[in-house]
Ligand binder design. Structure first.
Ligand SMILES: C[S@@+](CC[C@H](N)C(=O)[O-])C[C@H]1O[C@@H](n2cnc3c(N)ncnc32)[C@H](O)[C@@H]1O
Length: 291
């Protein structure tokens, strides 16, 4: 008897980001996915993972073959690893804490080094969902210091979504490194989307957004040089950054487009208007179709 393909439709939900990450790309997915090559990415590299919106959407639309996802924030990468290997445990540990102000400060005060890796992941997700604007900010001694977010409705965690994310990560390598090493190791034919901390839009804005080391002007230059080399190595690269004269100069000569998006993370509500961002692409490579 010839086996028949199953007619049962998968009930697994589509994976969505489980973290609200500063600079998250959910709102720009149609433009970003539209600027990436058509068809399946045999090897996908995302060196600035954050909340992983672009990876998850690419997976949802069946475009991911092998993938390397990287971020320099160890707590973040360990959270992704815990969701990959033990989504249910992370969900249950998250559920042990009430979502109110007093509990928030108690969870914030927990010493991560004294928790299990799964409890550390649950704590990161809990602080992200209950802290102000989903910010990730550490003080000089490395302690998380974002104040309580006072949401009117508690931000619940969806187990089915964690299971779907875990499934999406099955054959994915999660690494905690500087972007340069993963971009240098990417093979010919790879596709990469780079979403670094942005060049500050004003002189008073800070580069120090995501960790204590910050992302300096030198890091931007290093990324610019690395990104320029990709095309010559047969790699398709797409990169987001702020639309400022410095980034236009850094990527001059490459294909530069602009997209409009809402700037959501700003303490000053009046400054949360629409801003332009750059989408920079390496030159089209033979054998890979770009739109
Ligand atoms: C703009 S966010 C990425 C947001 C992500 N695209 C999303 O949709 O949520 C930038 C990320 O780069 C990471 N990062 C900062 N410096 C880095 C470095 N030198 N190498 C790798 N990752 C770095 C930060 O920890 C942060 O998570």
């Amino acid at each position: 008897m010839t086996p028949q393909p199953s007619k049962r439709r998968s009930t697994r939900p589509s994976p969505r980001p489980f973290l609200k990450w500063a600079g998250g790309k959910r709102a720009l997915l149609p433009q970003i996915l539209g600027a990436l090559p058509e068809g399946k990415f045999e090897f996908y590299v995302e060196p600035f993972l954050g909340g992983g919106a672009v990876f998850l959407e690419s997976f949802r639309t069946g475009r991911i073959g092998r993938a390397v996802l990287c971020d320099r924030n160890l707590e973040l990468v360990e959270t992704w690893r815990a969701v990959k290997t033990a989504p249910k445990t992370v969900f249950e540990l998250f559920g042990q804490w009430a979502q109110d102000k007093e509990s928030y400060y108690a969870v914030r005060a927990l010493e991560p080094a004294e928790l299990s890796p799964h409890a550390r992941a649950a704590r990161v997700i809990y602080l992200n969902r209950n802290g102000f604007n989903g910010l990730y900010r550490l003080n000089r001694s490395g302690g998380f210091n974002v104040p309580y977010g006072a949401y009117t409705r508690p931000q619940r965690l969806d187990l089915d979504n964690l299971l779907a994310v875990s499934h999406a990560l099955k054959s994915v390598e999660l690494v905690c490194e500087d972007f340069e090493s993963v971009l240098k190791a990417a093979p010919a034919g790879a596709v990469t989307y780079c979403d670094p901390p942005y060049w500050p839009a004003s002189k008073t804005a800070s580069f120090r957004d995501y960790d204590q080391r910050g992302f300096t002007g030198e890091d931007q230059q290093r990324l610019g040089a690395c990104f320029r080399e990709l095309g010559g190595r047969g790699i398709v690269g797409l990169l987001s950054n702020a639309d400022v004269p410095e980034t236009r100069a850094l990527y001059a000569g490459l294909e530069i487009g602009t997209v409009q998006c809402r700037r959501s993370i700003n303490r000053d509500g009046a400054k949360r208007g629409m801003v332009n961002e750059l989408l920079v692409r390496t030159p089209t490579v033979d054998g890979l179709k770009t739109p």
